[in-house]
Write a protein that binds this ligand. Sequence first.
Ligand code: CP3
Length: 352
Amino acid sequence: MPLDASHPTLADGYVAPPLIRAYRGERPETTPVWFMRQAGRSLPEYRELRVGTDMLDACLTPELASEITLQPVRRHGVDAGIFFSDIVIPVKLAGVDVRIVAGRGPVLAEPVRTPADVAALPALDPTALDPVREAVRLTVAQLGATPLIGFAGAPYTLASYLVEGGPSKEQLKTRALMHSDPGTWSALLTWCADITGVFLEAQLEAGASAGQLFDSWAGSLSLADYTAHVAPHSSRALEPARALGVPLVHFGVGTGELLAAMHGVGVDVMGVDWRLPLDEASRRLGGTVPLQGNIDPALLAAPWPVLEAHVRGVLDRGRAAPAHVVNLGHGVPPDADPTVLTRIVEFVHAHG
Ligand code: CP3
């Protein structure tokens, strides 16, 4: 389905902002910059607003989700808002008992491991996504010319939480299921792809101008497993978003060996973590793919001259790609000093 005529990118006199131009492969006058996890615990104004409200309840309260999304845009002057939500929101909205445990992450009341568990996964009623649509509409109305990025978790990363029952380092049970019971695996990833696909579609239809698919834990997979057992499901998750014609970004941690395969699922831009220099990432992608990344989040805690030299290096290597959006190589750590993030934005806008 095409975007509705009320979508901000279809307004009279719409001029694509630097972020969208870079995602399309152009080099705007200033290099755009935003940060994964820019909303959240690094900001005192976020911690204040969240007192007494459960994480997933905050995501599903449109006024609150909207305000939290806007906080880092006002404070840092970043080139985009990233919608405040979580990859497990569509899981919760389908009726699965999932909570976010502070300092840990998403935890399920009952892990999903057997053919019967998978068969019992409930369908997601599209009207359950109404609070997400409403939060996006409120946010886009406030953002003006600054674009909003919508996002979703990729089927593999989502499935890893369902199978493990919570966060895990190496996704051992998940990868065992992939090989022991390919039929159940495929049914599980198809369910994940469908709910996450409509979650992303809902944000884009409601006014987000770009989408990012997070396959955060895909780095635990071999290229062969990724290609055979994961990529087709990621592709399926992106189908509704692709039909809308907005730029799409794909990101994972430790995915240097998977970059080309992840690009191949049908996205425009690749996010790169801090391990792989951007010029090498660009080489692995044939020099034709816009890149996003990849300041090492650890260096946010380093003295400014050290961090500045690192950011300069990221900008220099980013010139190997057709276009570059500066970001971190993963999310903002909760204890990061927010004034450092603002300083990076000013530096990138002045020197990028
Ligand atoms: O910029 C933003 O903050 C946008 C909102 C956003 C959140 N989660 C809010 C959140 C986004 C884009 C996500 C995606 C997400 N959630 C991913 C993919 C991105 C990545 O980091 O790789 C993953 C793997 C999750 C699952 C998840 N949710 C984890 C691992 C955690 C951290 C748990 C913790 O407390 O350390 C969460 C919780 C979560 N999601 C928080 C926020 C702000 C922290 C909870 C809180 O503030 O109480």
